[in-house]
Design a protein around this ligand. Structure first.
Ligand code: CP3
Length: 333
């Protein structure tokens, strides 16, 4: 929490995106008998999973165990989370009539299990709890593509050819996401992360024309809460400044840019998170150590550095390697 606020810390804090996932034997055991969606609708189970990394790995934050798709329970959009595939939207959005047909409903009435899971998690852990949502662009990309995409061509074509429908979609998603994050804050999360995982597929012109104001609306709407915000994306070197103009106390970067380059781009008034390639954890210890130390050197002991990966932990990652990174980062002082 101090690092989010650019204050000095005894050691650099560290946590991992997807720290409660398939690389953990405890998680795999629970998943054998429970689907992903049944876990996130079960507050006891999701709170139990949320706490595992804090107990087992010594990380400095927990992230609530849910998925970016859970917000869709507060709409009439039907979806599934398929094993080894990810989100699948039953009827992908093709144009204005479908956008108009989207109903947005009360988040507390329709996603009550998330609020309950946050409250239970707070009792289970003694580190800060991070809440999250997808950002409007990333959520819209799933609704339009119908699932995960490599190039986001359908999303871009939709934006360029159907701007009225696009803006109308963003006007529905933006306020819904803001309400969803407010609900998480009221339920007790200490910080929130906005995942614009795929915004890096856009250039600066498109980001500013089609995305920035909706993301900014969310960050502006959260300003009067005393809860730090983290703005995450991958492949974002070219639009980092634009993204941080939209908001966020902390900028989360991937490994395609040096931490020092990223920090000088966004300015020193913003904290920084991320940067280690998740694939680095598949390497031997000597390699992992060199990579972690390189990032620590680039951070140069400045206030506002949060160690993390540049994207989620890979399922193949040895638990031992995660623990090793935590030890190096904390040992650095
Ligand atoms: O530990 C944590 O970080 C918290 C849990 C978390 C999950 N999803 C659980 C999950 C978080 C923060 C997310 C966010 C999420 N979900 C994002 C944004 C982050 C990013 O990766 O860019 C996105 C794009 C999704 C959509 C999604 N959900 C994908 C692409 C997948 C993976 C598909 C696969 O099987 O490889 C999911 C499923 C999912 N969400 C898993 C987990 C742990 C794997 C679930 C499983 O099968 O057990």
């Amino acid at each position: 929490m101090k690092a989010c606020r650019l204050k000095s810390t005894d050691a650099t804090p560290v946590w991992f995106m997807r720290q409660a996932g398939r690389y953990l034997p405890e998680y795999r055991k629970i998943r054998k008998t429970n689907s992903m969606l049944s876990i996130l609708k079960n507050p006891e189970l999701s709170a139990e999973i949320t706490a595992i990394p804090a107990d087992k790995l010594g990380v400095d934050a927990a992230i609530i165990f849910t998925d970016i798709m859970a917000i869709l329970y507060a709409t009439n959009i039907e979806f599934d989370l398929k094993d080894n595939v990810g989100p699948v939207i039953r009827n992908p959005i093709r144009g204005l009539p479908q956008v108009k047909a989207i109903e947005t409903k009360s988040v507390i009435d329709n996603v009550p299990f998330l609020s309950d899971s946050i409250k239970l998690s707070k009792n289970n852990i003694d580190v800060p709890l991070i809440g999250f949502s997808a950002a409007p662009f990333t959520l819209a990309s799933y609704l339009i593509e119908g699932g995960s995409s490599g190039d986001f061509m359908s999303t871009k074509e939709f934006m360029y050819r159907n701007p009225t429908a696009w803006h109308s979609l963003m006007e529905k998603l933006g306020p819904l996401i803001l309400e969803y994050l407010k609900m998480q804050i009221k339920s007790g999360v200490d910080a929130v992360q906005l995942f614009d995982s795929w915004a890096g597929c856009l250039d600066s012109y498109d980001y500013n024309t089609y995305v920035a104001k909706y993301t900014k609306g969310i960050f502006d709407g959260l300003k009067h809460y005393d809860v730090p915000t983290i703005h995450f994306g991958t492949n974002t070197s070219a639009i980092l400044k634009d993204m941080m103009k939209a908001g966020g106390n902390v900028c989360s970067v991937d490994w395609r840019i040096g931490l020092d380059d990223a920090w000088s781009k966004i300015g020193r008034n913003t904290s920084i998170q991320g940067n280690l390639d998740p694939a680095a954890l598949l390497g031997p210890k000597t390699y992992i150590k060199n990579k972690v130390l390189d990032i620590m050197k680039r951070a140069n002991g400045r206030n506002g550095h949060i160690f993390n990966l540049g994207h989620g932990v890979l399922p193949e990652t040895p638990v031992e390697s995660i623990r090793y990174v935590v030890d190096i980062v904390h040992g650095f002082g």
